[in-house]
Ligand binder design. Structure first.
Ligand code: ADP
Ligand code: TRP
Length: 330
């Protein structure tokens, strides 16, 4: 089973990205042949500064490595290091109905907000389909927000195969140059709340970032919004943003004990925040230390990416050859 996924290099990862996406990649690593990439071509549509782009792309690779993706077990690479993806994107673009792209969420939202929409944003889903199809991926773990992109990917694979591959059987999905991937939508991953109680998101400035400085992490946790129940009064854990985050860190026994302390009164929110800070460091301390170490050795990280790209390109080349052959480009 080949598992593929990517993370756009548009910012530094927060708890939402970790629990919603990256943790799953790491869990899946021993279950199949993993391809995990830094989606720098996708990021190019929002990051418009060369140094920032280089920093953020290397940053995602550092995050992957620090959090536990292991180059001995999976292929780690940068999207733009496999130029075959851009050619497949073009080929897929020739069988992509405009209407389907006009209905894509990202494009529709941007238009609704009156933003200047460029071709990069409009064609984003086609590049994502190329990412997936270029490696004959079986399974693509993504957040719910990406489900529509996965549907388009399957549609484009069918469309291409129907157009060009006479042995293709749409019933079984066999006999085409492009393989139909299955999405693995991570339904049961609850939405991680941010410090203000809304969904944690870099667009709301309510994140707790995995690799911020100790001081900044403390600051982010201390600013979690709570109500004004006095220290001695009983508190409701289920309506508390701190407790919602503690759920991600504590085991059942500890959580039950924390809930009892909420209900008993006598403990202030500040103490629960301190506990969260402690658990944060318990969970991410090793990864944070590892990332700091890797940062000192960017050549190692570049080397991992170069080797990953060489391997990814081999896989990609064979698929692109089949595609070119099928549509008569060779
Ligand atoms: P942001 O909302 O901060 O811009 P992204 O859109 O870059 O985050 O998120 C990348 C992936 O991380 C998403 O596909 C989703 O699976 C996951 N994710 C982001 N925020 C959350 C959250 N608050 N809770 C759960 N998963 C999240
Ligand atoms: N669009 C994805 C996101 O915003 C990132 C991504 C790009 C991706 N190409 C992909 C994810 C291919 C899975 C497979 O999170």
């Amino acid at each position: 089973m080949r598992i593929l996924s990517g993370v756009k290099s548009t910012g530094r990862p927060h708890l939402g990205n970790y629990f919603g996406a990256i943790r799953q990649f790491i869990g899946l690593q021993p279950k199949g042949e993993g391809y995990y990439f830094v989606a720098d071509l996708h990021a190019l549509d929002t990051v418009r500064d060369a140094d920032t782009m280089r920093d953020l792309s290397l940053g995602v690779a550092l995050d992957y490595l620090a959090l536990g993706l292991d180059p001995a077990q999976c292929t780690l690479f940068k999207q733009s290091d496999v130029p075959e993806v851009s050619e497949l994107m073009w080929i897929l673009g020739t069988v992509t109905p405009m209407g389907q792209l006009q209905r894509a969420h990202g494009y529709k939202d941007a238009v609704a907000k009156g933003k200047d929409v460029d071709f990069g944003l409009f064609s984003y889903p086609v590049l994502m389909a190329a990412d997936i199809l270029l490696y004959r991926s079986d399974v693509v773990p993504v957040g719910k927000d990406q489900a529509q992109h996965l549907e388009l990917t399957r549609d484009l694979a069918v469309k291409f195969n129907m157009t060009y591959c006479k042995d293709f059987d749409p019933e079984t999905g066999e006999g085409g140059a492009l393989k139909l991937p299955e999405s693995m939508i991570l339904e049961d991953v609850a939405v991680v709340p941010g410090t203000d109680g809304r969904k944690m998101s870099k667009s709301y400035d309510n994140t707790i970032k995995l690799f911020d400085t100790d001081k900044q992490i403390k600051k982010s946790i201390m600013r979690i919004v709570t109500d004004s129940t006095p220290v001695e009064h009983p508190k409701d854990p289920d309506s508390c943003n701190v407790y919602a985050l503690l759920k991600l860190f504590c085991d059942e026994a500890e959580l039950a004990e924390v809930a009892a302390r909420y209900r008993a009164g006598g403990t202030g929110y500040g103490d629960f925040k301190k506990l969260l800070l402690e658990r944060f460091h318990d969970m991410f301390g090793a990864a944070r230390a590892r990332r700091a170490e890797l940062e000192q050795d960017p050549d190692y990280v570049r080397d991992v990416l170069a080797q990953g790209a060489a391997h990814a390109r081999q896989t990609a080349r064979a698929v692109l050859d089949d595609v070119q052959e099928a549509c008569g480009l060779r």
